[in-house]
Ligand binder design. Structure first.
Ligand code: HEC
Length: 197
């Protein structure tokens, strides 16, 4: 039996090599996958923020974690932006930090993602290429953890946490969320030349 099996495997292996179309490799190199690159930037930044947020909640509680978000969310995001030579922002239609308000274009994309999520569509990033730059947009969706600070006051958000929030963010609009809602989007810009490196 062995004598039959080995040559057969060899033939299958060789023929599969021969059939592989060379052109497809060339196309992949010529068109860098901007969506994939943007997703890596968004996910890695999310990981850093999420790890620090969860750690602070576990060690010091939700109220202290509000202070953490206030002081650390921006510098952590910014350090990831520096690492990737990209602009990385989290923006929203209902902001806590008024500096994070979405632009008209970003608002349009937020609405697109809201409709897609409500309809149960699969979500793909929005990519716009302009003047040698890639603009990447992807929704930031709530889970149960987020409701501690973005849910309904007194129901999900304790009075102690509310006190911290209203002191730090007198114009806070970012409460009243449930789970699986679009809390905002990642708005990321990077150079097309960086993407093909
Ligand atoms: C411990 C409280 C806390 C938790 C939990 C929390 N956030 Fe926030 N979030 C904040 C604070 C405080 C800010 C404002 C940070 C700043 O000053 O830039 C913020 C800001 C944001 C922003 C930026 C836009 C804005 O409105 O300023 C987004 C997006 C966001 N949070 C999403 C989430 C998501 C998604 C989750 C769950 C995975 C979450 N947050 C969990 C406290 C929290």
């Amino acid at each position: 039996m062995k004598y039959i099996v080995i040559p057969l495997v060899a033939v299958l292996f060789l023929s599969s090599c021969k059939q592989r179309p060379k052109e497809s490799d060339v196309v992949e190199v010529a068109q860098p996958n901007y969506a994939k690159i943007g997703m890596i930037y968004a996910q890695e930044t999310q990981k850093v923020l999420g790890k620090n947020l969860k750690g602070t909640i576990q060690n010091k509680g939700v109220a202290e974690a509000v202070v953490f978000c206030n002081e650390r969310a921006y510098p952590l995001t910014d350090s990831m932006a520096t690492r990737y030579h990209a602009q990385i922002k989290r923006v929203s239609d209902k902001t806590r930090n008024p500096m994070k308000r979405a632009s008209a274009t970003e608002l349009e994309h937020i609405n697109t993602f809201k409709k897609q999520i409500a309809a149960g569509d699969s979500i793909v990033p929005i990519i716009k290429e302009r003047d040698g730059q890639v603009h990447f947009y992807y929704p930031i969706v709530t889970n149960a953890l987020c409701l501690n600070c973005h849910g309904t006051p007194n129901q999900n958000i304790t009075p102690e946490v509310m006190e911290h929030l209203s002191e730090l963010y007198p114009e806070d609009e970012a409460t009243g969320y449930g789970i699986d809602e679009v809390r905002g989007i990642w708005s990321i810009v990077f150079n097309t030349s960086d993407a093909s490196k």
